[in-house]
Structure formats: structure tokens, C-alpha cells
Design a protein around this ligand. Structure first.
Ligand code: FES
Length: 260
């Protein structure tokens, strides 16, 4: 897909949580096509310690307002600077990068489960929106430490049924996503997941053991985002090392070494 470098204007920047902000950006031109699972690289100006662009997954694309949404976890100087952006500020964005999730074949009755943990819930919202628009009824399973860490619940509910696990039991079922009762009660045809690596590995093993197709979106460290620096490589089952930024971030679990 063609890549663009756009100067985008901030329309809104909400603090959803002490560690997350939701940045909404627009452009003078109609936003290009973007696939769920793809990401953008954000140039962070006026942050003396931030030399590299920050990779952020696409949270949502609102075609009615021509807005791109980015859910940003505040983990360092660059992302904390992003939380300070105000409406009207201009940010340089490279997009869309990487591949995307594979949308299912035409059977609209397929049972699709979208599992997100932490900031890994971000791409699941856009994926759910695209699936719903295509006629599917996705199920979401969101994992978090506690009730206040469950983000964008109302937005998820617009696109499908939502189940939640929290580690402290303050919302939904207590425990991890892989312990949720929905996994015992329903046989899904396809799982898509993004989140902390241990969570994704557990989901991948569950999917493989139950013969469920599964794609994961990796969150390897990235710098250039375009296949030049090789800092994001992942080993595949056929002994190749691939760049997550260009060959991924989405992979079929059967192509990774996680199940060995
Ligand atoms: Fe540089 Fe992937 S981030 S090669």
C-alpha cells in the first residue's frame, strides 16, 4: 500500500487514564485507506530526548469526520509529550505502515473473537468496526489489571458483544483472558489478538490446541518502521528473521516459533 507523510492537525486529545491519552487527528486531504492492524509513525517535535518516530497502532478511522484515532500509552518522554498536544497543533505522521489482519472469508456466520490486553486493545476497536461494517458480529474479550484500566468500553460495545477480565476481579471475570468462561462455552472460528507477549502466547497456544485460526499483532521494539534498522526482527518457523514493521506486525501463529 502506498505510504504517506502527512502534517495532521490535532482535533482532540483526551486523557482516558493516567497512563493513556486518545489523540484524534485530521488532515486537509481525505485520509488514505488503512487496514486494521496497521500502524503509524509519529514524529515527536519539541521532545529533546526523542529522536525516533513513535510507532502507534491505528485505533480507529472515523470516515465521517476524516479523523484518525491513536490510543497512546504514556511510557516515555515522547509519548508523554504526545499527551500534551492541544487542538490545532500539527503533527507529522507517516502512514499506513505494516500489514493488517486477514479478514475472514465470506461466511458472515463465523464466530470471531478479538482479544486485547492493555494498549493491545487499541487495534481491536478498528478491526471490530471493519468486521461489523462487513456484516460480521465480532466478540471482544478485553483483559486489564483493574476496572479503571479497561479503556473505550462504550466504543467496543457499538461493534459487538464485549467480555472483560480483570486481574483483581473489579470488572468482568477475575483472572486472565485465557481463563474466561467464553473460551469454554463457545467454539470460535477465528481469533485475533494483540497485547503483552505472554498473553498472546497463551492465546496462541489455546487457539492451536483447539484448531482455531489465530493471528497476533506483535509489539516488538521499532525504530525506523520501514525495514531499514532491523531492530524489530522476529524469527519465523522456517528459520527466517523477518522485520515486524514490514512483514508484520500481524502474523499467523502457525508461522511463528511460539508453538514449538
Ligand atoms: Fe526498523 Fe523494523 S523498525 S526494521
Amino acid at each position: 500500500m502506498k505510504k504517506y507523510m502527512l502534517d495532521m492537525k490535532v482535533t482532540e486529545n483526551c486523557n482516558l487514564h493516567k497512563n493513556y491519552c486518545l489523540l484524534k487527528l485530521t488532515s486537509d486531504q481525505i485520509l488514505p485507506d488503512m487496514l486494521p492492524g496497521q500502524f503509524v509513525q509519529v514524529r515527536v517535535d519539541n521532545s529533546p530526548t526523542t529522536f525516533l518516530r513513535r510507532p502507534i497502532s491505528i485505533n480507529y478511522v472515523d470516515r465521517t469526520t476524516n479523523e484518525l484515532w491513536l490510543l497512546v500509552q504514556l511510557v516515555g518522554d515522547g509519548t508523554r509529550r504526545m499527551a500534551e498536544y492541544k487542538p490545532g497543533d500539527i503533527i507529522n505522521i507517516m502512514l499506513p505502515l505494516g500489514n493488517g489482519f486477514t479478514l475472514p472469508a465470506t461466511d458472515k456466520g463465523q464466530k470471531l473473537l478479538l482479544i486485547g490486553g492493555g494498549v493491545g486493545t487499541a487495534p481491536m476497536l478498528y478491526l471490530g468496526a471493519i468486521l461489523k461494517k462487513a456484516g460480521y458480529t465480532p466478540t471482544f474479550l478485553l483483559g486489564a489489571r483493574s476496572k479503571e484500566d479497561v479503556l473505550q468500553l462504550k466504543q467496543f460495545e457499538q461493534f459487538g458483544t464485549v467480555y472483560v477480565t480483570t486481574e483483581d476481579g473489579s470488572l468482568g471475570e477475575k483472572g486472565y483472558v485465557t481463563n474466561h468462561s467464553i473460551l469454554k462455552d463457545v467454539h470460535f472460528d477465528q481469533i485475533y489478538t494483540c497485547g503483552p507477549k505472554p498473553m498472546m502466547m497463551a492465546v496462541a497456544k489455546y487457539a492451536h490446541a483447539n484448531s482455531i485460526a489465530c493471528e497476533v499483532s506483535l509489539e516488538n521494539t521499532m525504530a525506523c518502521g520501514i525495514g531499514a534498522c532491523l531492530c524489530c526482527v522476529e524469527k519465523t518457523k522456517d528459520e527466517h528473521h523477518v522485520c515486524v514493521c514490514t512483514e508484520g506486525p500481524v502474523f499467523n501463529i502457525e508461522n511463528l516459533t511460539w508453538l514449538n
